[in-house]
Design a protein around this ligand. Structure first.
Ligand code: ACM
Ligand code: ZN
Length: 722
C-alpha cells in the first residue's frame, strides 16, 4: 500500500513538473522554483490603468473577488504592470512566495504574460470553471516573440461564419499569442461587409444560391445562403480582438476574385460581351476593369468606410490569381495599357494597385497584397507582401526588398489535408502537423539578406471545403486548425526550434487538456490498426481513447483489447479526446477498394486532354467534359464482369470540392446490362449505393443542368468489396 502511494506521489510530481514547463509556444527563458503559490478567493488582482482591459480579460478566467487599479501596483497577489525596459510584446512572469507578477513592455506584453500564466494554471481556466484555491509553481519566465507579425487568415466568404464564432476563433488565436487576424472578407463567393455607400454589396452579395445573382461555385447550390457583418458587428470584432492583442486586417480581394460583386454590379467588369455558352448562360467574369474611373470611385467608397471600421495600419487589397485574359479582351484596358506605356498585363495590375494605394494613403492606410501582385515589377517597396504560392515566392519577394510574410502553401495552408484519406485540398501537398513543425528558414535556404525582410509568418484557412462539412458548427474549422495552429504559434514566437518529439510531449501531456477545456474539436493522429492471425488490434501514441464501430450493425464500443474478428473490412477505429477526433481508420482490409475492369462512356464529350480513359485507371485520375451538363446527360460505368460488392460511392465533380458536378441527378444500376433501375438521388453531385446483387453497369444521370463551371469533372467509382 505504502509503496503504491509512493509511486503515485512520484508520478504526480513528474506530471506536475511536466505541466509547469509545457508552455506552447515555448518561452525564451524558464526557471523553475520548487514551491507553489496558492491563489484563493482572498487573492487581490492589482493592475496598472494602462492594462485595465487585460485585467478585465483575466477575471473572466480567474474569478478574483478583489480587484484594484493602482498606479503603483506592487502589493497584490497578482500584479499586472508595464515595464518599459521590456520589449513591447515581451513580458516577465515572476511567481514567488509573495506574488504572481506579470510585467510587459506594453499592453501586448502583459497580455502575452497573462496567456503564459493561464497555461500554468489548471486547464479548467479555459472552460471558465476553475475554482479557488488554485496552485501554480514558482517560476521566472522571461519571454518575447521572434516575429512581430504572427498571423492567421480566415476566409469567411466561401463559408459564412457569424460574428460570435469569429470571436471564438479570435479567442483561440489569442491563447496561442497570435497577434494578427487577416480577415478575408470578399471573394467570388460573397461580400461580407456592410457598406452604407453600396448597401447591395452586402445585402445581396452576402448571400448566394437560390435566387441570388451570386452563383455559388462550392456546395449549397440551391439554397440562398450566407450573411454579412454589420459595421457595428465589425467594430465590436475589432475591439474584441484588440483586447486580446490581435489586430484585424481586412482583405477586399481585387482586382480578381470578385465574381460576387461583379454579379451585382456588372458595370465593374470590362467592356466586352462574355461567351456564356460554356457556362450555362452565366457571366462568370470576376475581374475589375482597370480602365474605368467609376471603379476607382467605388474603391474609394469602400476604403473610406473600411478605414473607419478597422484600426489596422494595413488593408489587404488582394492581387492574386487575376484572370488577365479579361483585360486582354477589353478595348479600354488595352487603350489604358498603351496610354501609360505599360509593358505587359501584370503592369495593368500594377496600375490598378498603384491607384488603389493612392486611395488607401488618402485614408491613412497602407496596402498588403498577395505575391503575384509584385510580378509587374513596379510596385512600391512599402507594400506588404503575403507570399502564399511557395517558399520560392517568399524568397523572391524578400530578395526584392518587400516586407514579406511567409505563408507558403506547402507549410501554412491549413485547408490542405492532414494526410491522405482525409478531407482537404492537396494542391500544395499534404500539410501534416509534422510538416508544419518541420518548417525552418535555414533549411528552406533563406539568405540572411532575405531574412532581413521577413516580418513574420501567417497560416491560412480558405473555406471551400468547409461549406460541405457542417458549416453551422465549429468542428471542421477546429479540426483543420488544431493542433496545426499550436505548432504554428511556436514557429512564429519561439527563438529555439524544438524537435518534434519534445514538442509532441508538451502537446499531448498538457495542451490537449487545455484544448479540451477550450472546447476545441482538434485533430488527433490516426490510430495504428493491425490485423494478424484473426486478431484486430489498435493503438494510439497520444493518450487519446480508442473506439471502434462495426459498420454492419453501426454499433460503436470502447476499445479495450484486441478483437477476435473474421471480417476486419467492416471494423473502423477512431480515437477521441473530449471533442477531438482522429480520422477514421481500419486495417488494410477496411481501406481496400476494388478496381474492376470498367469501360466508361458519356453523353458529354470530353476535353481531349482529360479523356474518360483516365478514369478507367482509378486513383485520383479525372476526366473533364467539354461542356456543362444539361438534363438527361449521363455517365455510364460498364464492368467487364458482373460485380458483387457491398458499397459504391458514385460522384460527379471535382475530387476534393463540391464543384463541376451534376446539380441534381440520380444513380441507376443495371443487373442485365440493358434495363436500368433508379437506386439513389445525388446529393451535392454524389451518392452511396449498396447493390443487393451483382451489377453489370452503373449510370449517373443529370436531372438538371450542372453548375456554371464550363466543365463537369468525372471521377472513378469507389467500390468496397463484400
Ligand atoms: C490564394 O490562395 N489565392 C491567395
Ligand atoms: Zn477593362
Amino acid at each position: 500500500m505504502r509503496v503504491k502511494l509512493q509511486i503515485s506521489l512520484l508520478l504526480l510530481c513528474v506530471v506536475q513538473s511536466i505541466s509547469a514547463a509545457n508552455i506552447i509556444p515555448q518561452p525564451t527563458q524558464y526557471e523553475k522554483g520548487d514551491q507553489k503559490f496558492v491563489l484563493t478567493d482572498k487573492s487581490m488582482l492589482l493592475y496598472d490603468a494602462k492594462v485595465r482591459d487585460v485585467a478585465m480579460y483575466l477575471i473572466d478566467y480567474i474569478p478574483f473577488k478583489h480587484i484594484l487599479c493602482s498606479d503603483k501596483p506592487m502589493q497584490g497577489d497578482v500584479v499586472l504592470d508595464i515595464n518599459r525596459l521590456l520589449d513591447k510584446e515581451g513580458y516577465r512572469l515572476t511567481i514567488d512566495k509573495h506574488s504572481i507578477k506579470v510585467e510587459g513592455g506594453g499592453y501586448g506584453g502583459v497580455f502575452n504574460g497573462v496567456q503564459t500564466l493561464l497555461q500554468l494554471l489548471p486547464s479548467e481556466v479555459y472552460a471558465h470553471t476553475a475554482k479557488f484555491p488554485m496552485t501554480v509553481e514558482h517560476c521566472r519566465i522571461t519571454d518575447k516573440p521572434k516575429f512581430a507579425y504572427r498571423g492567421m487568415m480566415l476566409d469567411v466568404t466561401r463559408t459564412w461564419i457569424e460574428a460570435p464564432r469569429v470571436k471564438r476563433y479570435i479567442d483561440l488565436l489569442a491563447y496561442h499569442k497570435i497577434n494578427k487576424l487577416h480577415f478575408h472578407l470578399s471573394d467570388d463567393e460573397g461580400w461580407r461587409v456592410e457598406l452604407k455607400s453600396h448597401p447591395e454589396f452586402a445585402t445581396i452579395g452576402g448571400f448566394r444560391g437560390g435566387d441570388s445573382p451570386v452563383h455559388p461555385r462550392y456546395a449549397k447550390f440551391d439554397e440562398r445562403w450566407g450573411g454579412y457583418y454589420t459595421q457595428n458587428e465589425l467594430r465590436d470584432i475589432v475591439r474584441y480582438a484588440a483586447q486580446r492583442n490581435i489586430e484585424v486586417i481586412p482583405e477586399i480581394d481585387m482586382p480578381g476574385h470578385s465574381r460576387g460583386i461583379c454579379a451585382i454590379k456588372p458595370e465593374i467588369l470590362c467592356n466586352f460581351t462574355p461567351d456564356t455558352a460554356r457556362t450555362n448562360g452565366l457571366d462568370i467574369r470576376n475581374v475589375w476593369c482597370a480602365s474605368k474611373e467609376s471603379n476607382y470611385r467605388i474603391i474609394e467608397d469602400i476604403v473610406a468606410e473600411l478605414s473607419k471600421i478597422f484600426t489596422s495600419e494595413y488593408i489587404h487589397i488582394g492581387g492574386d490569381e487575376v484572370n488577365m485574359s479579361q483585360w486582354r479582351k477589353c478595348p479600354d484596358c488595352q487603350r489604358l495599357k498603351r496610354r501609360h506605356g505599360l509593358a505587359n498585363d501584370a503592369q495593368i495590375e500594377d496600375y490598378f494597385i498603384a491607384r488603389t494605394t493612392e486611395i488607401l494613403k488618402k485614408y491613412g492606410k497602407k496596402p498588403a497584397v498577395w505575391n503575384e501582385a509584385i510580378d509587374g515589377g513596379t510596385l512600391d517597396k512599402t507594400t506588404r507582401v503575403h507570399g502564399w504560392k511557395g517558399i520560392k515566392h517568399c524568397k523572391e519577394s524578400a530578395e526584392r526588398g518587400y516586407p514579406t510574410i511567409v505563408m507558403a502553401g506547402e507549410y501554412f495552408y491549413f485547408d490542405m489535408k492532414h494526410s491522405m484519406g482525409e478531407e482537404g485540398h492537396t494542391w500544395a501537398g499534404i500539410v501534416s502537423p509534422k510538416k508544419v513543425h518541420s518548417f525552418n528558414f535555414e533549411k528552406c535556404g533563406f539568405t540572411p539578406a532575405q531574412l532581413e525582410n521577413i516580418i513574420g509568418i501567417e497560416a491560412t484557412f480558405f473555406s471551400e471545403i468547409y461549406i460541405a462539412n457542417h458549416p453551422e458548427k465549429d468542428d471542421y474549422l477546429d479540426y483543420m486548425h488544431y493542433p496545426r495552429v499550436s505548432i504554428l504559434s511556436e514557429l512564429m514566437w519561439s527563438k529555439e526550434q524544438s524537435g518534434w518529439d519534445e514538442f509532441a510531449s508538451r502537446l499531448y501531456a498538457s495542451h490537449y487538456h487545455r484544448m479540451r477545456s477550450m472546447g476545441v474539436a482538434f485533430r488527433l493522429p490516426r490510430p495504428v490498426v493491425k490485423y494478424a492471425n484473426g486478431e484486430l488490434s489498435a493503438s494510439t501514441i497520444d493518450g487519446s481513447e480508442l473506439y471502434y464501430t462495426d459498420e454492419r450493425t453501426g454499433r460503436t464500443s470502447k476499445y479495450k483489447r484486441s478483437l477476435r474478428c473474421d471480417a476486419p473490412q467492416y471494423i473502423c477505429f477512431e480515437s477521441r479526446f473530449g471533442k477531438a477526433r482522429s480520422p477514421k481508420t481500419g486495417s488494410a482490409a477496411y481501406h481496400k477498394l476494388l478496381e474492376p475492369t470498367v469501360t466508361i462512356t458519356s453523353s458529354l464529350p470530353c476535353q481531349e486532354r482529360s479523356p474518360l480513359t483516365n478514369v478507367e485507371k482509378y486513383g485520383n485520375r479525372i476526366a473533364r467534359t467539354a461542356r456543362p451538363a444539361k438534363r438527361g446527360d449521363w455517365i455510364e460505368y460498364r464492368f467487364a464482369e458482373p460485380l458483387m460488392c457491398r458499397e459504391i460511392l458514385a460522384r460527379t465533380g471535382h475530387i476534393h470540392l463540391r464543384r463541376c458536378h451534376f446539380m441534381k441527378g440520380r444513380v441507376e444500376l443495371s443487373y442485365d446490362g440493358v434495363a436500368f433501375e433508379r437506386v439513389a438521388d445525388l446529393v451535392d453531385g454524389g451518392a452511396v449505393v449498396k447493390p443487393q446483387k451483382s451489377i453489370v453497369a452503373l449510370r449517373i444521370v443529370a436531372d438538371s443542368r450542372s453548375d456554371a463551371e464550363p466543365d463537369v469533372v468525372i471521377q472513378p467509382l469507389q467500390i468496397r468489396p463484400l
